[in-house]
Write a protein that binds this ligand. Structure first.
Ligand SMILES: *[C@@H]1O[C@H](CO)[C@@H](O)[C@H](O)[C@H]1NC(C)=O
Ligand SMILES: *[C@@H]1O[C@H](CO)[C@@H](O)[C@H](O)[C@H]1NC(C)=O
Ligand SMILES: CC(=O)N[C@H]1CO[C@H](CO)[C@@H](O)[C@@H]1O
Length: 388
């Protein structure tokens, strides 16, 4: 017994240190003690047909919103990012919708020219007007293709699909598939260029699966990465060892931002001549931030998870019965100085902004759109942004 005591004391001390270093910040970040104060929700309504749309993008000239959608049942069967791996039960009807707020209606884009029987399993997306003809749009889509051999049940065979569409059109035409199992191994979000030839993307796990990935996420390890692909020259890792790499957005020719799903941080990345990325700034906040978008004024909008633990434990497994709170976080940078505030917050009641993973702001038309990977619909709000 006496011999064991020092060992036990050491063990308890170790566990205490472990708790302080790892568990406590995660509980804090998970929102265990945070109070949600709804604001900005009065003018919102839910478009319940547009479910489980992970990523939404605004087309500024028309005010239309492009959404990469699935179904809640489909996500529960097949979403490698959340360790759902039953490919045979996946939705075979994932689609890109174009929502028009002026008529409160939407169309689903018909897919032309994709000759892969596995179809589309959507997640991150970017929609970029062509530099040659701005009425043509490049649509970059993360596609979680299941493995070619259906007996293989745990791995995916992901790709990024590039499509073109025309403003106002009801279809999108496939241009190319980019795949590289060594580099593009767990794509989450994508940020493309206006010539349709290049994109950066986040990998949300690195050669880890199942419980290991969860443990890494819990321990907040920097095991995720950002990759770069050129349709002709192939793919490479552009920035390695970042924590919880998630949403990615291009704010200029030379600048990208990434959110982190595990730390309350946004990283500012500078593009180098060889297309690798250098972290030039880390903007901190008190919420883990997800998918990022930029409005016309250059202001960055992110979905914050005020109740992250609840989101993971209750909302994701059963989103229709467990609405989840969400926050629109705004990051305004002026002359190198950034301020962060939260102009919109919902407790998830009536499914308004429940389980939001992407926030889009239309500065010109005073609208706010919120959507989520397991969301019960697209939330549309009339919203005049308060001064930062
Ligand atoms: C996958 O989904 C199918 C169809 O819903 C179901 O029959 C099967 O049991 C599921 N497999 C696993 C491993 O959960
Ligand atoms: C890219 O350029 C950076 C900065 O010049 C350099 O540090 C890095 O080693 C280069 N990487 C590759 C893969 O060429
Ligand atoms: C496109 C994108 O960034 N997707 C992420 C947004 O947030 C959800 C919830 O954390 C992630 O699962 C997605 O991977």
């Amino acid at each position: 017994m006496a011999i064991l005591t020092p060992f036990l004391i050491a063990l308890v001390a170790l566990c205490g240190a472990f708790y302080k270093l790892n568990v406590e910040p995660m509980l804090e970040l998970g929102g265990i003690w945070r109070t949600v104060i709804p604001r900005g929700t009065e003018t919102c309504h839910l478009v319940s047909e547009l479910q489980a749309c992970e990523k939404i993008m605004l087309h500024q000239p028309t005010g239309h919103v492009y959404a990469a959608c699935s179904s809640i049942a489909g996500r529960h069967a097949w979403l490698p990012a959340l360790n759902y791996y039953n490919a045979s039960a996946r939705s075979r009807a994932d689609y890109v919708a174009v929502y028009d707020p002026s008529s409160d209606s939407f169309i689903k884009l018909a897919v032309l020219g994709l000759d892969d029987p596995r179809g589309l399993s959507l997640h991150g997306m970017d929609v970029v007007p062509s530099e040659e003809d701005p009425s043509t749009l490049f649509v970059y889509l993360v596609n979680h293709r299941p493995p070619v051999d259906p007996k293989q049940t745990t791995e995916e065979d992901p790709s990024v699909e590039i499509f073109t569409t025309v403003e106002g059109s009801g279809e999108m035409r496939h241009v190319r598939t980019v795949a590289d199992p060594a580099i593009l191994h767990s794509p989450n979000d994508v940020a493309g260029t206006p010539d349709g030839t290049r994109f950066w993307f986040t990998n949300d796990m690195k050669d880890v699966d199942g419980w290991k990935a969860k443990l890494y996420m819990f321990l907040n390890r920097a095991v995720t990465s950002v990759g770069f692909c050129h349709v002709e020259h192939g793919c490479m890792i552009a920035l390695d060892k970042v924590p919880g790499a998630n949403g990615i957005v291009r704010t200029s020719e030379q600048t990208l931002l990434i959110g982190s799903a595990t730390r309350p941080e946004v990283r500012v990345l500078a593009r180098q001549a060889n297309n690798t990325l250098l972290v030039t700034d880390v903007i901190t906040h008190d919420l883990p931030l997800d998918n990022l978008t930029v409005d016309k004024d250059g202001v960055v909008w992110a979905a914050g998870f005020p109740k992250g633990a609840e989101l993971i434990q209750k909302h994701i497994p059963d989103p229709l019965n467990n609405p989840s709170a969400s926050t629109a976080v705004r990051i305004t940078c002026n002359g190198g100085k950034c301020t962060v505030d939260k102009p919109f917050e919902s407790d998830g009641s009536n499914n308004i902004a429940s389980g939001t993973t992407t926030v889009v702001h239309d500065t010109e038309r005073n609208k706010l759109f919120l959507s989520g990977v397991m969301a019960p619909g697209l939330t549309v709000c009339d919203f005049v942004a308060p001064n930062a």
